[in-house]
Design a binder for this molecule. Structure first.
Ligand SMILES: CC(=O)[C@@H](O)[C@H](O)COP(=O)(O)O
Length: 257
């Protein structure tokens, strides 16, 4: 079973909670997805005043584990402060650390990310860093004390799906024992199945479900795709070949003349 900071997790689908058409649809999508972990943006919800409080209450009532995130932070110090506030509000040491470095691509600022991760790990946080698919940055995050990595596969909200499969393969090969969760940019259930087939441990997504025509149905579709991809990976996938291999053996076949 997957363990994230010593917490056993059955569902390998983590869901974001933003941009759903309504709280009721979000709740139904969460139930159908069978996700056990929800990420919540402290900054976004706090900015909504009383409505934000009601939202946190609803999320709590669903009985899932909360992974607060630092969405909207652009510096290490903002992210550290937001993580500390989230720890107070949600009573958890878990934090999905996002430090955005580029306004158009929402690409992480990996320098500030490592800096913030170092500070938060030293203060007892269990950090889930949203990072690029860069091996060196991954190493630095592990050195900082992270025990999980969350590489992107495409920019947040883009729905483009995996843009650099060789880089994702390298990450999996280079960090065989580190839980790796693909976070951001997944647009379709088939994208989720693909990264799970590469051996990733889980996926985190938001936009593809929240923005779907029917978010509840899409949540179920992603749940099944994640399971199918994982199961395929475990079953041992064939490597593609250049040449044909007859699927019907010739030797020993009955001869009709
Ligand atoms: C909700 C959240 O944490 C997002 O920032 C996350 O990275 C998911 O990205 P998508 O919306 O592209 O699935």
């Amino acid at each position: 079973m997957l363990e994230l900071y010593a917490t056993p997790v059955s569902s390998r689908l983590l869901l974001g909670t933003a941009r759903y058409p309504s709280p009721a649809i979000l709740a139904d999508a969460i139930i159908v997805s069978e996700t056990e972990i929800l990420t919540v943006s402290l900054r976004r919800e706090m900015a909504r005043g009383q409505q934000g409080g009601a939202f946190f209450g609803m999320i709590r009532d669903l009985g899932r584990r909360i992974l607060p995130n630092t969405a909207g932070c652009h510096t290490a110090s903002e992210a550290v402060l937001t993580a500390k506030m989230a720890r107070e509000v949600f009573g958890t040491n878990w934090v999905k650390l996002e430090v955005i470095g580029h306004q158009d691509t929402l690409q992480p600022d990996v320098f500030a990310l490592v800096e913030a991760a170092r500070i938060l790990c030293a203060e007892g946080f269990e950090v889930f860093p949203y990072t690029t698919d860069d091996l060196v940055v991954g190493e630095k995050l592990l050195d900082a004390g992270c025990r999980v990595l969350m590489p992107w596969c495409a920019p947040i909200g883009s729905a483009m799906g995996p843009q650099n499969i060789p880089a994702l393969r390298s990450m999996r090969a280079h960090f065989p024992d580190v839980p790796l969760i693909v976070d951001a940019g997944l647009g379709r259930p088939s994208h989720a199945a693909l990264v799970m087939e590469l051996g990733f441990d889980a996926v985190l997504l938001n936009t593809a479900v929240a923005g779907a025509g029917d978010p509840v149905q899409m949540a179920g579709a992603f749940a099944r795709a994640v399971e199918a991809g994982r199961s395929g990976y475990q079953a041992g996938l064939l490597e593609p070949r250049d040449m044909a291999v007859p699927s019907t053996p010739v030797i020993g076949k009955a001869v009709f003349s």
